[in-house]
Design a binder for this molecule. Sequence first.
Ligand SMILES: Nc1ncnc2c1ncn2[C@@H]1O[C@H](COP(=O)(O)OP(=O)(O)OP(=O)(O)O)[C@@H](O)[C@H]1O
Length: 589
Amino acid sequence: MSDVTRSMRFFYHYLKRYKISFLIITIGIIIGTYFQVKAPIFMGKAITALAKYVFGLMHGVDDKGNFVHFIWLLVIYFILGAVGTFISTIVVTYVTGNATNRMRRGLFAKLQRMTIRFFDSHQDGDVLSRFTSDLDNISNALNQALAQIMTNAAMMVGILIVMFQQNVKMAWVTIASAPVAILLAAFLIRQTRKYTDIQQDAVGSLNGYVNEQISGQKIIITNGLQQDSIDGFLPHNKEVKDATTTAQTYSGMLFPLMQGMSLVNTAIVIFFGSWLALNSGMGRAAALGLVVVFVQYSQQFYQPITQVSTLYSMFQLAVTGARRLNQMFDEPEETQPEQGLTIPDKLTGAALKDVRFSYNEGREILHGVSIDVEPGHMVALVGPTGSGKTTVMNLLNRFYDVDSGAVTIDDTDVRELGLKQLRDHVGIVLQDSVLFSGTIGFNIKYGRPEASDDEMIAAAKQANIHDFIMTLDDGYDTKVTDENAIFSTGQKQLISIARTILTNPSLLILDEATSNVDTVTESRIQKAMDTVVQGRTSFVIAHRLKTILNADKIVVLKDGNVIEQGTHQELLAAHGFYSELYHNQFVFE
Ligand SMILES: Nc1ncnc2c1ncn2[C@@H]1O[C@H](COP(=O)(O)OP(=O)(O)OP(=O)(O)O)[C@@H](O)[C@H]1O
């Protein structure tokens, strides 16, 4: 299916519910067009009456005939034409506002159903530009182009009918050059479409780059890489500029070319029309009227071709926008069984059974990993960077699905559980804790907004962050965006731990919760962790081995394989990889 067909389906999907509005728009357009195409007839009649009057005066006869009458009719027809167009424009604005609102809502809701694979493999800026630039383009096109395209199509049909009713030969003369104009327009339109597509994709990657550079600003400054950052920006910017210039050049050629064709056509109509009128035995006044009417028609007939050409670049941006939104809507969503199984409140354990997994086909990351956790036990995952620790965590929470083998919670394959069930039972504290805009209280209650303030405070106390929050002027009501309340990485992590405690998950995943913080905060986090893992089955990924000495089991991963497992003492006694890692780390600390 072509992009245009798919885009049309997209628009149909969002516009089909406005049938009554479209009926009103169509009626408005028909009324507007009818009066606009009929008006020139009265213009012709008024000119004929005027010419007769002038020729009469030359012969001493003072007869204005129906001149004034036709002028009045002309004015009334123009006013009624304008009213019809006005009504359709107002209704189009209403439809557009509502339809784009629904698109934005639909897109945002879709985003919430997307898989982590999508977020891992797409730049934030590119996703964002679909919400901004692509949706804006669609909204502009619907607002401005929709009514115009309908009006122009109606106008074209109306003018054709009226022209052939008035004079068949003159009608053929008037439309004779149209095929050439349409072929030229079609060529330019194709070129415009090609480059508009390239332009919008380039805008997406430019946004992605800018977004990435803003997030990494500190690293750029620290390494003095500002110039490199600019150098990296320039090719993206050039790509946008080149595609935009080419697209605009082609679409910019449309309007002058069509106007030129329209002028040439008017000249043909005047020349040929005069010749025809003079050689058909028609009276001078009637001939003059006929030529004036067809000059009007010739301009009116070309107007839709010219206008549609001008609107085309706008329309094209909308088609490209629809293509890019369609891409998002086509992205696979998180899947779950129709009748998801449930897990009992008290966990019996979790396990990975001979799990093989690859993010991308052909590059296996986990090569048959098996890990078993007893209920209420704490398992620590250790291993060199890139060994697959975070990947194991991703599979436990079903951010990704295994290629073979199984991840089970309470002996049930996670793929058979309802997603809500699963996520309700699993709590995660990530390495980079995220705070949402709002108050600290709002952030702690994020996973359980219905929790009472007492529960919130109890969770904060368990997470060792209550005392710090109380030092802030507004306590739990402190806004996260307040510049007096800028949180350190460790503090953010403690808030995140409090948030997790409040949701009371039975399976807990803590990802490197103690890296990147000072020793005081580290010991606070350590205490918070000790509290939070109590009575829960937990997986802890920690780089600092001293934080996991008490783990019930330590699993050592290397290159996607489990190479050792056991308690700290057992692994030390084995004098293997763990023991080496442990001793090396203490040399560094
Ligand atoms: N989203 C992804 N897409 C493709 N490959 C990925 C993705 N995430 C991780 N990988 C690859 O999977 C392998 C394991 O990564 P993982 O993040 O699980 O390691 P880790 O042990 O947690 O490392 P670290 O200690 O540095 O956090 C690495 O080779 C990494 O390049």
